[in-house]
Design a binder for this molecule. Sequence first.
Ligand code: ADP
Length: 492
Amino acid sequence: MQTHIESLRTAPLAPFLHIIDGRRVAASDGGTMTVISPIDGSALTTYARGTKADTDAAIAAARRAFDDGRWSDLAPAVRKKVLLKWADLIEADALAIAVLGVRENGTEIGMALKAEPLSAVATIRYYAEAIDKLYGEIAPTDPAFLGLVHREPVGVVGAIVPWNFPLMIGAWKFAAALAAGCTMVLKPAETACLTLVRVAELGLEAGLPPGVFNVVTGEGAVVGAAIAESMDVDVLVFTGSGGTGRRLLEAAARSNLKRVYLELGGKSPNIIFADAPDLDEAAKVSAQGIFRNSGQVCIAGSRILVERSIHAAFVEKLSKHAAAIKVGDPLDGTTQAGAINSERQLMQNLAFVEEAKANGRSVIGGERILQETGGYYMQPAIVADAAPQDRVFRDEVFGPVLTVTPFDTEAEAVALANDTAYGLAAAVWTSNLSRAHRMVRKIRAGLVHVNTYGGSDLSVPLGGVKQSGNGHDKSLHAFDKFLDLKTAWVKL
Ligand code: ADP
């Protein structure tokens, strides 16, 4: 495999264009943006810098495609067939797509292959296979009437996605929406859009009718804002920062009150009790739970809360695992943490580490490394004694920066865990079954792991509470965002 990766590493890349109404199109004003590879800081290629006019054209195409029923009126089994073909095409091209994504966003190839094209393949298959097995309802009414509950596609969906896992997160949204019969305009992030364009091209090859799945690349403030402001987008799904999430809600309120579903990251607590079944395993999995993909993971377990009696010993175990993580060239199959997505993100991460040091905290690792490559790399960082008032304890870093904070009692652990504006994920490590279930109830988060971290599959929902957002990706519940209920009330 490594030989194949090496041949793809330097493959020249033609400029990438939007996919609008079944065609590849340049920006209306000819504008482009340059892709800088985080592997070595080199310019990889360009993509279309979308304008408001481009975005409106894509929305109009999606509107026409929805309204004339070319997709929504097909039998679900027919949509399924196209989607399954699409998944096969992506699978056949998975390694090339994964390498393309890594060259653009820096994720280590082992993870990128599984979590990006192959995860998109699995997600497309899951929703394709599900869609012809969903039934409506007959209500238990007075027999003089018939109450039918239909499930109808909501219409045109706008999707705005981030740079950490563009295909995985993108597919959670587009696979469910398209299977449901909706049409879509998707805006990828500025630093991770090439693979989504490639996958959209394969969708056309698989037989998605023109206008059903449009991808418009460019800046959030232009393309994303035009989607959010549109009167023709019925539902907006988003994964990204809280600041952008607020802007999207405002835009929806100013325009057509489109429904907005947000996934806004987290500051997820990972709680280690002294009675954890295996503290070595807990340390190893917890290190992976923050340091894989260099911490650029929404559900990253970025705050360890550890029972005071084992604080020092656990920090030592964590630092051993952190030091063993091989950071470097993301296209080397043995690398465990690749490049940071962008120079801006690297600088933000390092600023958190510097601030913790300036506050007198004990920090292990966290140095910039491999600067001679021209790329953006840093060692995992552990802030061994973070306090609840520290910014590094409260704000999402979205990098390989882990805080550790001791607690004395179960109640204190719950209070510290919930002392955050976020509520996406959490974990509890204990061999006390009752305590585990008590903690699951008391922690305000959409996903609570017990004696593990990460790795949950497509069959369970992912969504946040509090300022981590609303709505759910994954599982059959994801369809709720894309299927409306309609009642037919019939006098017999
Ligand atoms: P991050 O800080 O992780 O990059 P953002 O929220 O800025 O998070 O980015 C997530 C997605 O939101 C990206 O696709 C980005 O282009 C888009 N985006 C950024 N600003 C806006 C905006 N004002 N309106 C709509 N989308 C935006």
